[in-house]
Design a protein around this ligand. Structure first.
Ligand code: ATP
Length: 606
């Protein structure tokens, strides 16, 4: 997550520089144009045609002619009254040499009364003049260099840790990764390959080339790549797939080439390509940006095939969208090993919390096992973040150690957002929120598959006006149809309560509706859970592919989503109508004390 932020920041900076450069260019062009127009106007009045000059000389109307060798024009002073400057005109002459000879003859031989001033141009002034005329070109070149630099021509070919040109060795070890024991076991082999490649080569074994790590952001993929490099004591070059994506055709491919050139130079080493889906997504036949993407991917395939047997470069790549990857990437000799990095399970979460708690002051009564129980589905990065937030909250609360309460606040802050106790809320809104949240809580109490309520609150947090928090159960790999249907009913509980108790509905239910609709859609199109449609998957990359199912099927999906949502809403409404007294009691308690604990909530059902 942190990396994405960094990348976005870099991208924003690049966009800023591009905008600034374009603005600068516009200012220069406009300024130059205005300057040209102003000069042009003045010059028009002060210019004389060559033929007019000849005529004026013949008619004895010329007083003085100033000429410069190497110039294309002369300054002529016409006879007459007034300041000399006002009588001066510039005349462009076709050949200064020929004109000088001609006019000298006129004066010397024909005795014309014209004062001739001949000047040789000062060489220094000439250089300054030339420089001035080159200024726009110089500016343009500077801008182009800035632009190309941003585009990465000659830019950095990945960050290196360790090796001759690297700043420092990766100091991450396997012991810095908590959980993921099976995954680590699988990777220990790679460390050995890197440490003693000769032993494997002598035995006739082929060194694995590429390992693909699949997993959600923050599950520790980068950490694993660094740990392999750290354990093997080899340099680690890291680059993100999105850094290869370039505006100019061919640049992405050349970056790939240079990355691998560098890797071969410092081999044995690890190359880590994060977000490989940015370059490795399926090749298409389209033009423009996609052709560029195809070229980059092709280059990567070429590089992966092009290793000599004695070059121990192992490429690790990470993605959270494996389905996007071009199949060619997964062929033998390329990324033929794939390891899934799952979100940690209960024990894994406890281990990660303990690991990240080591360098923090944690109160003795903090129970990591129970926190792990409350954070099903959290990734390693999120857990690390929770402890960090808890440390900040603890410090702000002037605690000497991080308490259970600090950690709970941190979990809520990360899941629902920051509590906004200072926000002034109207009585009307408070009542609406109270009934909405009470609706969720009461309805879920009557749904066997739904977990118990942990806390209900009408204190705004993040963007939510209130929230109902449920206890988490242990991680589940499968979710049943009944569970999904009941989840939709619980979600509809908020809107149903508003309608029943206040005969009014509000925008507060928008997120519930979005989530419920998503569940209904997935039930029909992904999980094949609808009887009338049967177990078919309507998951397609391109909406065009849906045509093979025909309009009837598509219409049915739309209708069935409606049926599922309507039925969930009706069930929620029925539960609430049957338990109006409890709904009122819970809502009133919420209005009175803003927050209800799990024990207080259970009291209403005794
Ligand atoms: P992304 O896909 O966003 O790049 P990632 O899967 O590469 O994410 P990392 O950058 O490796 O995730 O993890 C981020 C941070 O989360 C790590 O620096 C570490 O502090 C913590 N972390 C994640 N998983 C673990 C783990 N299993 N043990 C210890 N710390 C972990």
């Amino acid at each position: 997550m942190e990396k994405n932020e960094k990348h976005n920041k870099k991208k924003n900076e690049n966009i800023k520089t591009i905008i600034l450069s374009v603005l600068l260019l516009i200012v220069i062009v406009l300024g130059g144009f205005a300057y040209y127009l102003m000069n042009q106007k003045q010059e028009d009045e002060k210019e004389l045609a060559y033929t007019e000059l000849i005529q004026n000389i013949n008619e004895d109307k010329v007083e003085k002619i100033k000429m410069k060798t190497g110039s294309y024009s002369v300054i002529v002073t016409l006879k007459g009254e007034g300041e000399e400057e006002d009588r001066q005109k510039t005349v462009l002459v076709p050949s200064i040499q020929a004109f000088m000879e001609w006019i000298n003859e006129k004066v010397d031989k024909e005795g014309k009364d014209i004062e001739l001033i001949e000047e040789n141009v000062n060489p220094i002034l000439k250089i300054v003049d030339t420089l001035f005329s080159l200024l726009p070109t110089i500016l343009l070149v500077v801008l182009m260099i800035m632009f190309f630099k941003m585009q990465g021509i000659g830019g950095d070919q990945g960050k290196v840790y360790g090796g001759e040109d690297g700043s420092k060795q990766s100091d991450v070890r396997f012991e810095d990764i908590a959980g993921l024991d099976e995954e680590k076991d699988e990777l220990i082999e790679i460390v050995d390959f890197l440490k003693t490649p000769k032993a494997y080569l002598d035995m006739g074994a082929k060194i694995p080339r590429g390992i693909l790590l699949y997993g959600k952001p923050g599950t520790g993929k980068t950490l694993i790549a660094k740990a392999i490099a750290g354990e093997a004591g080899v340099p680690f070059i890291s680059m993100s797939g999105s850094e290869f994506i370039e505006m100019f055709a061919g640049l992405g491919a050349s970056r790939v080439r240079r990355l691998f050139e560098r890797a071969k130079k410092i081999s044995p080493c690890i190359v880590f390509i994060d977000e490989i889906d940015a370059i490795g997504s399926r090749r298409t036949s389209n033009s423009g940006a996609e052709t560029e993407n195809n070229q980059t991917l092709n280059q990567l395939l070429v590089e992966m095939d092009g290793f000599e047997t004695n070059e121990t470069v192992i490429v690790l790549a990470a993605t959270n969208r494996p389905e996007m990857l071009d199949k060619a990437l997964l062929r033998p000799g390329r990324f033929d090993r794939q390891i899934t990095i799952p979100a940690p399970d209960l024990n894994g979460r406890e281990a990660i919390l303990k690991l990240h708690g080591k360098n923090k002051k944690i109160a003795a009564d903090v129970d990591f096992k129970s926190i792990a129980g409350d954070t099903a589905g959290f990734t390693g990065a999120e857990l690390a973040n929770i402890l960090n937030e808890a440390a900040i909250i603890g410090t702000r609360n002037k605690h000497t150690e991080i308490t259970n309460e600090d950690i709970e606040s941190a979990v809520k802050k990360i899941t629902v957002g920051l509590e906004k106790t200072n926000r002034v809320i109207s009585e009307k809104d408070k009542k609406l929120t109270a009934y909405h949240e009470a609706g969720h809580a009461v309805v879920s109490k009557f749904l066997p598959t739904q977990t118990d309520v942990k806390e209900v609150s009408i204190i705004p947090r993040g963007v939510a006006g209130g929230y109902t928090m449920y206890k988490t159960t242990e991680d589940k790999y499968y979710v049943s149809r009944t569970e999904l249907l009941e989840k939709m009913v619980a979600l509809m509980g908020g809107r149903a309560a508003e309608k029943i108790a206040l005969n009014e509905i509000s925008t507060g239910a928008s997120n519930d509706i979005e989530v419920a609709t998503g569940i209904a859609r997935d039930m029909l199109t992904v999980y094949g859970m609808d009887d009338s449609l049967g177990p078919i998957s309507l998951k397609v990359d391109d909406p065009y592919e849906l045509q093979i199912f025909g309009d009837k099927v598509i219409d049915k999906v739309g209708n069935q989503i409606q049926v599922l949502i309507d039925s969930a809403y009706e069930t929620a409404q029925k539960i609430l109508l049957d338990n109006m007294d409890i709904l009122d009691k819970v809502a009133n308690k919420l209005i009175e004390q803003e927050k209800i604990t799990s024990e207080e909530f259970e009291e209403f059902f005794k």
